[in-house]
Structure formats: C-alpha cells, structure tokens
Design a protein around this ligand. Sequence first.
Ligand SMILES: Cc1cc2nc3c(=O)[nH]c(=O)nc-3n(C[C@H](O)[C@H](O)[C@H](O)COP(=O)(O)O)c2cc1C
Length: 344
Amino acid sequence: MKLFEPFHVKNLDLKNRIVMPPMCIYSADSNGLVNDRHLVHYASRAVGGTGLIIVEATGVMPEGRITDRCLGIWEDAQIAGLRRLVDSCHQSGALVALQLNHAGRKCTARIDDRDDLISASPIAYDSDSPTPREMTGEDMQMVKAAFCEGARRAHEAGFDAIEVHGAHGFLVSSFLSPLTNHRTDEYGGSLKNRSRFLLELLTDLRRAWPEEKAISLRLSATDYLPGGISIEETIRLVKMVDSLIDLVHISSGGIAPVPVKVFPGYQVPLAQAVKKSCELPVIAVGAIRRSEMVEEILANGRADLVALGSELLRNPYWVGLEARKARIPYPWPVMYEGAFKRNL
Ligand SMILES: Cc1cc2nc3c(=O)[nH]c(=O)nc-3n(C[C@H](O)[C@H](O)[C@H](O)COP(=O)(O)O)c2cc1C
C-alpha cells in the first residue's frame, strides 16, 4: 500500500505518508510551556506510527498566541520542554515539525496592551471581535525577527522541520487575503504586494533555519467568499515562494466566520490543483479518515502526504492498526507486541 511507502524531502526521511496536522490542545499554562499532557499526547501518536507529527500552532510572541493555553516559543526557557517533546516522538520513529504562528487579529490571549493586537489592516474578525491596529513597517520587522528567533529555538529543540502558519486568517494570511488586507502601500493591492510580507518572512527564515532542514507552508487555498483568496491565486502564490519552501500544506477558510461544507476529503481537490501546477510535495488534509481514501489520494497522485486530524485525535494508533489489518509488519513497542500478535 502506498500509505506505508516512505517519502523523502530535504532532511525528512518519513517512514510512511501519514501526517498529524497541527492541532492546538489548549493545555499549556500562560507561560506557553510544554507539560506532561503534551508529552503524552504527541508521543502516543508517534507510538501509533504517524510518520510526521506537526506540533500545534505555537506563538512566536506572547501576543501572537491564539489563546492563553497555546504553546509558546518566544523565549529560551521554552526550549527544554519542546526538546523533551521532540525526543519522545523521535524515540518511536516519528519526525517532528513545529508550526510557528502569530495569531494577529485572532489572538484571544490576555495581552497587556490592546495596541498589541495587530493585523495587515484594521478589520475585525467579526462584530464581537476587537479591531486590530494596522501593522507598521516596524511591526513587520519585529514579527519577522520573532519568527526567526522561534526558528532558532525550534532547531535547538531538535525539530526536523518548521511549518509557517499562513492559513486560517491568522497574521500571515491576513496579508494574503484581499478581504483582510486593504493596505495602500507596497504590502497591499496586487497578489505580488499582498505576498510581500510572506516572501520577506520566508527569506529571513531561510537564513535563520538550517539550509538542510525542511520548511512547510500552510495555506488556506480558498476563503469561500467572493473577493477572497481563490485556488487560482493560491497556485500563483505557491509558484512565487516555491524556492523558499520544501512542502506545502493545503487547508482552507478561517478568514471570516463563514460556514464551510465539510464532507470526506473536502479539501483534497484544492491540494490536487496545487500538486498539478506546482513542483512541491503537497500535504492534503480535511475529513480524511479511512485508509481506502488515503490510498486513493496517494495512488492517484493527488497529494504526496495525507494528514489525519480528527481521526488521529480519536485513534492515536491509526497507522499501526491499519498495518495490522493489511498484515504488514509493524514495529510495535516490545511491551505491546504480544497484544498485537493475538487474534482475540
Ligand atoms: C482541536 C483542533 C485544533 C486545531 N489547531 C490547529 C492549529 O494549531 N493549526 C492549524 O493550522 N490548524 C489547526 N486545526 C486544523 C487541523 O490541522 C485540520 O486542518 C482540520 O482539523 C481538518 O482536518 P480533519 O478533518 O482531519 O480534522 C485544528 C483542528 C482541530 C480539530
């Protein structure tokens, strides 16, 4: 089966095609530190056979967290816990990436100064949300520097890859979407201008993050709204940044509170469209649950890797159990081996 085939990109030698996408577990304290719950949560998915684990959106600045319970990577004191997390996953053969994030106007964490709520333009997420401040050139420098410092710390913690969160209406995507970027300077208007902040960020990250290690970019390929980001623009955007990244992870939505019709594989056509037009390896995600569907996506060349979000929350041992069903040998930890040999 294709899903058990290894995959190689840059430094990543993945033992299979299954990815755990970034999913906040809202379990950190207000210092953004890793605790036992994070260790158990991520290590279980590694024991269960996941090839690549992308750790949840982690704030590069305190005011860049989505919530007070999100992980942080804004100071060196946060490295040790992250290193334990990475080591605990490596022990079971999973590789580990960290999603670096700035939440922008979608930050709900307690922040001392409301002036710290920043975005491409002063547009609130919805009528209940506060209006952010339009970012200045100085803000942009500060955020780019914070991402680079986050990358340096991620390397010290032993992460195999980083993922830039450029999706779901957070700070980076607030620049990309015409719905949230009304700027009249060189960072607004045309796609080239709206991508400028991302391009500068990736250029800086490429210098801060070891050349041999992979960078993934997560994008919302459509805003599901007229005048918003479309798949055609996403393809053009990926082509503009493809020399700076190694993987692209195709999600959708999140820029505005619009209902999205979710059905099995609903985002796969978006991933497929990017895969067809661009050279980069693509991760597909979204309501994918069954191994037959994973196989269909991979064998038809619609994506290179498949992320199972909710399914891995329900079943951390998904890969190992699918291997058992397919009678493919699977290296269970020695203390569990007996249980998997039995047919009771
Ligand atoms: C509890 C939860 C937390 C999430 N947190 C993040 C996150 O930190 N970063 C991100 O890019 N997406 C996040 N997502 C979106 C998932 O990565 C994934 O794209 C989405 O759940 C669709 O996949 P699924 O249908 O397999 O769950 C989250 C989803 C869930 C359910």
